[in-house]
Design a protein around this ligand. Sequence first.
Ligand code: SF4
Ligand code: SF4
Length: 352
Amino acid sequence: MKSYNSSIVTKQGLKQLIENILAHKYRLLAPKKSGEQLSFETILRAEEVVLNQLLRTMTTLSPKEVFFPRTEPVLRYTGQEMHDVEPPTPETVLFGIRPCDARGLELLDKVFTWDYNDKFYLKRREATTIVTFACSDQASVDEHCFCLGVGGDPTASSGSDLLLSTNGDDAFLLEVITEKGERLLNSCKEGVELQASDKRAADQLEAIKDRFVRKQDLTEVRHKMPEYFDSDQLVQETYRCLGCGICAMSCPTCHCFDIVDEPKAGTLGEGARVKNWDACSFALFTKHAGGHNPRELQCQRCRQRYFHKLAYYPQKFSEESLCVGCGRCSRSCPVGLDIYQAVTHVLGKGRA
Ligand code: SF4
Ligand code: SF4
């Protein structure tokens, strides 16, 4: 990945950049306060971007729904006639995602271009410029984060167009990563003081690494996992699963969906074919029309999710796992289940 240049920008300069993005009529999406949590929302005024908080708190849900909405029509029908649906694709700036989320989008790209080019996802990707905040602040990393164990890095630029990292109390390092990022910066930098710098966010990695309590390397577990497929330890680690699905909903890389036809109420033969998020944690996900469910137990569904992340995706697409170590699933799980802990416990104990 080519890195073009880097500059220092003050907090005030960054606010000006955000104002310019809005003034240039981009749709701006950024983490916004929603009670005690942060969620990606449309920003109308620069003050809505909570710079200090977004460095310290990860959004509860990932930004995947900017590209892959939880529900959307993919076709409309009237009687025998089918009508294509074009996804709305305004020029968008997605601001303040984490490096793990940016990397997650690159993993999703492989899925949505694998046997079929999903125009809904791809057009939104094309229309979106990604401004990432590196986890360069000491408070950015918590006890759930484990990107280092799955081939990530808290200051990585992969998947980003522009990369921001802290540079002292009142300033940021701004790195241009792609031509798309350069175009955005060039079109929105009027009035923004940029001081050239030869620093890199990665320069600060060593100090941030010490913040991680989860450092075990999971990049090779795909070779060992098949041996544990029906082990008692894995059942013990996963039997508490309730099947609520919040792990998959909050995950930046879970991408299962279902397609259903939804007739329009009060009409005859009119309706839409709709793509909805689904999850392997749900009992109905694999239930056959005849009533048989090959994943009869909840712990088997949980196992499927772990295997898809750490064994099946790496086997199918690349050596990389489908987990980017963001920790959202373990932060959100109502019964404290945790993919990192489950896999490290099971593999650490040996086969029983
Ligand atoms: S692992 Fe936790 S979050 Fe995921 S479905 Fe089971 S109970 Fe819900
Ligand atoms: S499986 Fe959990 S830790 Fe891994 S990317 Fe998904 S939400 Fe993040």
